[in-house]
Design a protein around this ligand. Sequence first.
Ligand code: SIN
Ligand code: CO
Length: 373
Amino acid sequence: MKPNLSTLLGGMTPEQFLADYWQKKPLLVKNAVPGAEKLIDREGLLALATSEDMESRFVSQAGGWQMRHGPFTLNELKRAGKPWTVLVQSVNLALAAGDEFMRSFDFIPHARLDDLMISYANDGGGVGPHFDSYDVFLIQGMGKRRWRIGKQKDKTLIDGLPVRILQDFRPSHDWVVEPGDLLYLPPEWAHDGIAVGECMTYSVGFRASPSQELAEQFLMFLQDRICLDGRYRDPGLKRQKHPAEIGTAMIDQVAGILDEIRWNRDTVRDFLGASLTEPKPHVFFDPPARPLSLTRFTAAARKRGVALDRRTQLLFSGRRFYLNGESWTLPKDAVPTIRTLADQRAVGPLPVLDEEAMADLHSAYCDGFLHLG
Ligand code: SIN
Ligand code: CO
């Protein structure tokens, strides 16, 4: 189930979409992903919601809004009062088909792409009118859903509910979507999707950190890299009138020490590379049971190529590569091949690469970060 770019944006090029819609206005595309309902069925999704490895939520309106975190048992779901919906996060990490589906949106940089969430709702189910802080593509899988959306200023939520529900939802558009239809919503647009009969919806979500969070994370990153010499000293100390006073000489000296904390664009690049490729907390890799030696791996990769594990994040900036939180600088000759691997997540028979690059690929293979093609 790989969405096709010729229909995904209703005949628009990604360039046109980015110029006119991305982060600007919503877009509804009828039949953007023909056959979208084949990606996963209700049983498949509910099975994921029973797994401890997945992050899932159950939202019900029976007797007021309720929300619970998974995993769930199938019996528990069967017995629940309707209408309800189950939402499973990061389906792309669990299913190769989900990963392939999400990757079709790679006209947006990988660094912005977050995950594929899939929901199942029975008739009348949904998570209520709310807004999200992220861009989202909502693709209709099985069944129909009524979407009402609006760009309202009033973002007040109802107090004391376990789900984020807008107090005064004022939709300006009202559509019933069918399997394969796509709705793009920029951040902060209010929306409410109500299942018309039972239905499933796929959300391709993006990440965009709040400035405060970026700053806090950057300072933590910097903390591990700071290396300042010397120590506070005061050989010229004069007796103070007030022993309790923090003297100006002390403030000046410490301000001077702190002025030595430096960072530049390379530090920022390394921070982004490390933080954007850091695996999510519940992600674990499966190293090969009997890994090939470097020599045999090299021979096999030259014949078959290599592919990233679907949980792997590989990004780059110039010659610097970031693989699941670790950084690599590659010799010039290896750069085009590993860039292809990062962009396309797989690369055909490998050319002869520098020994060091091959050793790095082999070690990534031993960690389960990539596999032979
Ligand atoms: C859903 O799939 O039910 C919720 C998607 C959303 O409104 O963000
Ligand atoms: Co939403």
